[in-house]
Ligand binder design. Structure first.
Ligand SMILES: Cc1ncc(COP(=O)(O)O)c(C=O)c1O
Length: 348
């Protein structure tokens, strides 16, 4: 069966490009002696995680416990969960998981560390906890080297925790310098920093410049999307993930409607380009608005106007969020359907 025969909207993955993306980053990181710990929140599919491990990844990164539970059940044994896990229910799940796989987590506050220490006190082997540092995106993370030192002392003194190192997102020159300064302070305390974890696909080809980082976590590099193409990190021909859509209406000469709205393309705006994705066959068009099941497209600048019933290929703005909206994904080679993967690792 050809992908043009599939019902739309549907997410499809070019398996040759997927493998090439996995191999390209692995070989770059190998060349620079940086451990690869890909983030699976992009694809959420155990089979792809296994491809990444077979290529040489040292383990995987998950953002949610559910992702980690699914990956663990699929036989993956080294999982990093860089997220502040709070609440008794989540900590209980974390402890159950840590009996089945090598799990490491992060904390950026005394409260999170206290929760881990309490939960881990019943367990035989200590839980590795890395400190999350703010890499400049003003999300989570300790913001000063002195703050890192205080938290490291707390982790180190908790009998059932193990100080596992430092983690930052994203890697950049500032976060690299922050890491260097923090390592110097920790050395004064006699604390060994065994792992320094940096990440993001946007900076993946600069990973070797962040000399303080021992491992890199990229997620989106397996699929690619409009943001990565806009940032010249990947080319359109590298991208493996697209949403196939159908033109369901052409109310005016200059406007068409796709059967793909925010529930297929995802509502994330692009960092640079206008609109909600690139229609590959009509690059002059703009998906200017999304309703749930409709993509509103301005085609006034296109010489040839798409016909009702015509199928188009959309490069989405943010592949992780679009992929997460589908229950399954179709793998193909040169348009010939080869497999169907359920997107198993969903939820929190
Ligand atoms: C903690 C963490 N590490 C790694 C990544 C992967 O980065 P990217 O999405 O740029 O591939 C993310 C993405 O959000 C992240 O939050």
């Amino acid at each position: 069966m050809r992908i043009d025969e599939l019902e739309t909207p549907i997410g499809v993955v070019d398996l040759d490009r997927l493998s090439a993306n996995i191999d390209r980053l692995q070989s770059y990181l190998d060349t620079h002696d940086i451990d690869n710990r890909p983030h699976i929140k992009t694809h959420r599919i155990p089979a792809i995680a296994h491809m990444q491990l077979q290529a040489g990844a040292v383990g995987i990164t998950c953002q949610t416990l559910s992702e980690a539970e699914v990956m663990c059940s699929a036989g993956i044994t080294d999982i990093f969960l860089p997220y502040n896990l709070l609440s008794k229910a989540k900590l209980k799940r974390l402890m159950l998981l840590s009996r089945r796989a090598r799990i490491s987590v992060t904390a950026d506050s005394a409260a999170t560390v206290a929760g881990y220490a309490d939960a881990a006190s019943q367990e035989g082997s200590p839980l590795p906890v890395l400190i999350e540092m703010d890499g400049g995106c003003e999300r989570c993370g300790v913001t000063t080297p002195e703050g890192v030192r205080q938290l490291a002392r707390q982790i180190d003194s908790a009998s059932h925790l193990h100080f596992g190192g430092l983690m930052v997102y994203p890697s950049n020159p500032e976060s690299n310098a922050f890491m260097a300064e923090s390592k110097m302070l920790l050395a004064q305390d006699g604390l060994d920093v065994e792992r320094t974890s940096g990440g993001s696909s946007f900076c993946m080809w600069q990973a070797h410049e962040f000399t303080e980082m021992s491992e890199h976590r990229a997620g989106m590099y397996v699929y690619g999307d409009r943001n990565l193409v806009d940032a010249s990190v990947m080319t359109l021909d590298d991208c493996s993930y697209f949403v196939l859509a159908t033109v369901v209406s052409r109310p005016t000469e200059g406007r068409i409607v796709l059967d793909s709205g925010s529930k297929a393309l995802a509502a994330d705006s692009a960092r640079q380009s206008p609109g909600h994705g690139l229609i590959v066959e009509y690059p002059e068009s703009e998906i200017f608005k999304l309703s749930e099941e409709h993509g509103h497209v301005d085609v006034s600048r296109c010489d040839r106007k798409p016909e009702i019933g015509e199928r188009v290929t959309v490069l989405v703005n943010h592949c992780c969020v679009s992929n997460n909206l589908f229950p399954r994904i179709i793998g193909h080679r040169k348009g010939e359907v080869e497999l169907e993967w359920p997107i198993l690792a969903k939820g929190w």
